[in-house]
Design a protein around this ligand. Sequence first.
Ligand SMILES: N[C@@H](CCC(=O)N[C@@H](CS)C(=O)NCC(=O)O)C(=O)O
Length: 232
Amino acid sequence: MSARKLYELAGKRDNQVFSPYCWRIRLALAHKGLAVQHASWRFTEKDSIAHSGQGAVPVLEDNGQVIHDSWNIACYLDRVYADRPALFDSPMSKGQALFIKHWLEGVIHPAMIKIVIMDILNCLDEKDQAYFRQSREARFGVSLEAFEDKSPEQLQRLRQALAPVRQTLKLQPFLSGQGVGFADFMLLGAFLWTGSVSDTALLESDDPIAHWREELLKSYAGALEGVLRPGF
Ligand SMILES: N[C@@H](CCC(=O)N[C@@H](CS)C(=O)NCC(=O)O)C(=O)O
C-alpha cells in the first residue's frame, strides 16, 4: 500500500470526485510524479478525517504527516519534494499564486457556484444531500433553488470576471508563465469542479481559456483517467 493517501470529496459514485480544492492536489501530485492512493470521502464522513484536526478535504497523509488545506499541501509538497517539478518556481511566484488563490476563491468560485449549485446537490450521495442543503442555505441565506442562477447574464458575469486570465494567456502559455504551476492547477480545479457536476458550458468554445483548459487536460490525462465525467 502506498504511504501516501489523498482524501477527496466524492458524489454518488466513488470515482465522481469534484471538489475544486481536491482537484488542485490531484494535479499537483501528478505534476510532481508522486503516486498516491485515493480515498473517496463524503461531507458527512467527518470521522474518517478527524485525525487531520478539522472537517474539510483535501487531506493528505504522507509518510506519517497529515496535512490539510490545498494551499498548505501545495507548499508542503514543494518543500519536501523540492527535487521534483516545482509548483512555485520562486518565492515571488508563490506570493503571486497566493493572490490568484484569493481571487479565485473570492471572485470566480462564487460566480461559478451560482450556476452549478443545484447540479452539485444532484450529484451528491444521498446521505450528504440534507447536510449540503442545510449548511449551504445557512451560508447563502436563501434556499438553493433561490440561489441558483443559470441565466445568460450570470454566465456573462463569470466570463467577464475571467478577463484577466484571457489577457494573460494572450502573452504567455500558462497562468504561471512559460511553465505550468500551481496557479494553473487552481484555475483548472475550478473548471474541473463545475465540469464534473454540470453540463452547462461556462466558456465559449473559441475562448482562449477553453484552449488552455484543453491543453492541460491532455497533459494531465493520466491523473484524470476514470474520474472525469463522460463528455467533459
Ligand atoms: N481552504 C480549504 C477549503 C477546503 C474545502 O472547503 N473543502 C470542502 C470540499 S470542496 C469541504 O471539505 N467542506 C466540508 C464541509 O463543507 O463540511 C482548502 O483549500 O483545502
